[in-house]
Design a protein around this ligand. Structure first.
Ligand SMILES: [Zn+2]
Length: 184
């Protein structure tokens, strides 16, 4: 398993300019594209990153990109003022509505904030053959980014099970981790 390194949290992300979607700009085609197109982008990028930076670099980049997306998603599409349980319910309904996947909370430790959650019908990997690796590093970052934005603590998420490891859901261990330097 590739260690969950910390992404640079000091940087101000600037996705806003690129996230503007004008419905009138796609009057005929509309706002949705098939999952095949999404995966074509994701896995071609993943392959290119892997060839250039090795598997470790690729995982780290996908994870940190996912984290940026998760923070943007949380700040723009979720209500961060809700109490914890309502926030999780909102997260479940929003991710289903946007067809990201079906999120279920398996375990929740209120003391530590540790969560075990599953994503079924995951946009990234549902239906993949067994590849003997978890492939959802972007989702790891995405989930960690959402939880970090909500709690203002540094969350990490690690995928334990995945379609690509022969499971039928992706399962993530999500918990607060103190910031550490990469070279420690
Ligand atoms: Zn997966």
């Amino acid at each position: 398993m590739i260690e969950n390194v910390f992404c640079d949290r000091q940087k101000k992300y600037s996705l806003e300019d690129y996230m503007n979607y004008e419905a009138s700009g796609r009057g005929n085609l509309g706002g949705e594209i098939p999952i095949t197109v999404y995966r074509l982008l994701e896995y071609s990028l993943r392959e290119e990153l892997g060839e250039r930076f090795g598997r470790e670099g690729q995982v780290e980049i996908m994870r940190c990109a996912g984290r940026r997306a998760g923070i943007f998603f949380a700040e723009h599409l979720l209500d961060l003022t809700l109490p914890f349980h309502e926030f999780l319910a909102q997260l479940q309904s929003k991710t289903a509505e946007l067809k990201i996947g079906v999120v279920r909370i398996e375990k929740l430790d209120k003391e530590t904030g540790k969560i075990v959650l599953t994503v079924s019908e995951d946009a990234d990997c549902s239906g993949l053959p067994v590849l003997n690796e978890t492939v959802c590093s972007y989702d790891e970052g995405f989930i960690a980014g959402i939880m970090s934005a909500y709690t203002e603590k540094n969350y990490t998420a690690v995928e334990i099970d995945c379609w690509a490891t022969g499971d039928r859901v992706c399962r993530f261990h999500v918990e607060v981790k103190e910031q550490r330097q990469k070279d420690e």
